[in-house]
Ligand binder design. Sequence first.
Ligand SMILES: [Zn+2]
Ligand SMILES: [Zn+2]
Length: 120
Amino acid sequence: MTGEASAELAGECARCLDEITDEIVVDFQELFVYEDHHDPSEEDDEVSTLEGDLVDLEPLLRDAVVLALPFQPLCEDDCPGLCPECGVRLKDDPDHTHEAAIDPRWAGLTALQQDQQDQD
Ligand SMILES: [Zn+2]
Ligand SMILES: [Zn+2]
């Protein structure tokens, strides 16, 4: 059996958490054997069998779609993501900046400097 299936996708951008909807088309191909031709002593899980005259496409489609899904879906290829400081969407506000934060490793020195100024 060979075929083509299309599916609607809904998810969120891995960087900015925006909702994404998309559509994918996957090709699938699988060999099905008749149940009575399948030797059950062969314990071969890889072989798909017909159920009567019918084919259960669900596992086949699920595998095909899951393999075609992007590992990290993005709303656009160069999505800038979220600001690590305040969490704003950089796409909405690409130029916003923050006062340069004092590196926490130097914070102790600031306190020391403050003490000395108090003493002077
Ligand atoms: Zn995004
Ligand atoms: Zn920010």
